[in-house]
Design a protein around this ligand. Structure first.
Ligand code: G4P
Length: 288
């Protein structure tokens, strides 16, 4: 069934470095002008979507760890991750970027955290400044959504392709904050297969480069182990044999002919059910 079992890892590792190095260099130059960094992670994968070597770039800049997609995660598990990061000194906001209130929360917290910058300016007789923010994170964590909404930009033309961050400009918001117009797209260190599969399962890797069967088998096994009632509710699956699972889903969606299962269709169905938010309430980074 799996033509190329290593495709997830290999593609991820080979696909990003050039792009990442360029973005990294640009941001390294620009970071001195930044007052606050919005580091975005996906609340379903608070560990896997975190860029590990980001501290060298951000150094001592103020930072908010924004966990997006709170509406899609398993709050019970993700809140443990929130606590974990808070205990390490992070300022964390768990948000749903589809909800207006989240933006007010981000703006309010930004002003709270940058109060000292403004006080220092006042003491020097300077007027208050607009706070310069940088949005950073791996693909698909909501960077463009956040930038577009904060700056009321209509088009979502923040692209994920190499070179796009070459011309750095800032966009105004009407909240005393200006945002770097293109986000810092960086990649986490994929040092194990689970991280790659977690990112793949939540839509962070283009499906064209994925071995979709491998991702689906991972999702089904993960659900069986961690969310069995969800598996039962969505697909009527009650046992953990992968072949059986495929067969049950294939029957449900008519992807079986002459007793032959169309594995690809089943895999796409499961993958898309997560991507299109038909299956939610899952956090892939388990808390142990
Ligand atoms: P990126 O720039 O970091 O790559 O991410 P982007 O903003 O493009 O967001 C990726 C997808 O995640 C978008 O969906 C976006 O709407 C969705 N998204 C972002 N934040 C949240 C959140 O907090 N909750 C939920 N449920 N979804 C969120 P899309 O289908 O690719 O685009 P669209 O059709 O929504 O525009």
């Amino acid at each position: 069934m799996n033509e190329n079992n290593n495709r997830v890892n290999k593609s991820v590792i080979n696909w990003f470095p050039g792009h990442m190095a360029k973005t990294y260099r640009l941001l390294k130059d620009e970071i001195k002008n930044i007052d606050i960094v919005y580091e975005l992670v996906d609340a379903r994968i608070p560990k896997s979507s975190k860029i590990k070597d980001i501290d060298n770039l951000i150094k001592d800049k103020l930072r908010i760890l924004i966990m997006t997609k709170s509406d899609l995660c398993d709050l019970k598990v993700t809140k443990k991750w929130v606590k974990f990061y808070e205990e390490q000194g992070y300022k964390v906001l768990l948000v749903d970027l589809k909800n207006e209130a989240s933006y007010q929360e981000i703006i309010k917290y930004t002003h709270e955290l940058t109060k000292d910058i403004q006080i220092k300016r006042q003491e020097k007789g300077l007027k208050g400044k607009e706070i310069r923010a940088l949005v950073i994170g791996i693909p698909n964590v909501g960077k463009s959504t956040l930038i577009n909404k904060l700056t009321k930009r209509k088009s979502a033309n923040v692209e994920n392709r190499p070179g796009v961050t070459q011309h750095l400009t800032y966009l105004k918001t009407n909240a005393g904050i200006i945002v770097l117009d293109t986000p810092g797209i960086l990649w986490p260190k994929i040092d194990n297969e689970t991280i790659a599969l977690n990112i793949a399962s939540t839509g962070g890797i283009k499906k064209e480069v994925l071995n979709i069967d491998e991702v689906c088998v991972y999702i089904l096994n993960f659900l069986y182990q961690n969310y069995p009632s969800l598996l039962k509710e969505k697909y009527d699956i009650i046992n953990n044999d992968v072949e059986d699972m495929y067969r049950v889903i294939a029957k449900k969606i008519g992807a079986i002919k002459n007793d032959e299962v169309d594995y690809y269709r089943v895999s796409m169905k499961v993958y898309n059910d997560i991507i299109t938010e038909k299956i939610k309430g899952i956090t892939f980074d388990i808390w142990e």
